[in-house]
Ligand binder design. Structure first.
Ligand code: ADP
Ligand code: MG
Length: 243
């Protein structure tokens, strides 16, 4: 579904992704963890070409995203993205937030977009809030709206960048529940998160990144948690702080 072939990226003279390679198959849930500044957000943003890379190649669903003929809007519409800070449009209602890109990017008829929006608001348990503005919702509810908005585009993969780290602790669970449900339904997902309970429950693979933008470890979730002693010292040191 997604292939990164030895990608590298620099900001000026600073290398922030260093020869990262990764392969995500359909239905896999890949959890990315690692210290702040290790390039996790940058890595995830390269996948829908929000951040250009200087070396290597990225394929989404078999298509190189660097190809001149690739329609980037179309690509981005197939790759759902959920950020730490929800990024909902504050002047639009929840319902309008869900409809907007369906109508303008996918060119869906208004009635189809409306049906799809209601369907996904029901999925995240927020149909009763459809006419509210984001500012009237809690952080957890806003993040669930952001997830529903991404899902309404019928993405082939969902990318999450620390979706719960800006939330008050009591709201983390409701967002993780939605993500667990999505994973159990077979959605292909890449999640930057330090929620190791989530990783243990639904993660297929865990990626550990370290400062300098290197992927230090890429292993299946079961062996990651069952045999932490087999991990690199650097990974163990990090895990000891978050587990
Ligand atoms: P993480 O998400 O793991 O915390 P980031 O991907 O945000 O890491 O950042 C990786 C590195 O790139 C950091 O050193 C950060 O300071 C740097 N960086 C991120 N965005 C920019 C930018 N727009 N310009 C310059 N440097 C940046
Ligand atoms: Mg980040």
């Amino acid at each position: 579904m997604i292939t990164l072939n030895a990608i590298s990226k620099w900001y000026g003279s600073v290398k922030v992704l260093d020869q990262c390679s990764l392969n995500i198959k359909q239905g896999e849930v890949v959890v990315v963890c690692g210290p702040s500044g290790s390039g996790k957000s940058t890595l995830i943003k390269t996948i829908n070409a929000l951040e250009p890379i200087q070396e290597g190649e990225i394929f989404v669903d078999g298509v190189s995203i660097h190809d001149k003929n690739v329609n980037l809007n179309k690509l981005r519409s197939r790759v759902g993205m959920v950020f730490q800070h929800f990024e909902l449009f504050p002047h639009l209602t929840v319902f309008e937030n869900l409809c907007l890109a369906q109508i303008h990017v996918l060119k869906r008829a208004k009635s189809d977009a409306a049906k799809q929006s209601i369907k996904y608001l029901e999925r995240v348990g927020l149909q009763a809030h459809k006419d509210k503005y984001p500012g009237q919702l809690s952080g957890g509810q806003q993040q669930r709206v952001a997830i529903a908005r991404a899902l309404a585009m019928d993405p082939i993969v969902m990318l999450f960048d620390e979706p719960t780290s800006a939330l008050d602790p009591e709201m983390v669970g409701e967002v993780l529940d939605v993500m667990v449900k999505l994973a159990n339904e077979g959605m292909t997902m890449m999640c930057v998160t330090h929620e190791m309970g989530f990783a243990r429950k639904v993660g297929s693979r865990i990626i550990f990144m370290d400062v300098g933008g290197k992927i230090l470890e890429d292993c299946d979730s079961a062996s990651f948690f069952e045999h932490p002693e087999k991990r690199l010292p650097r990974t163990q040191e990090f895990l000891s702080k978050i587990l």
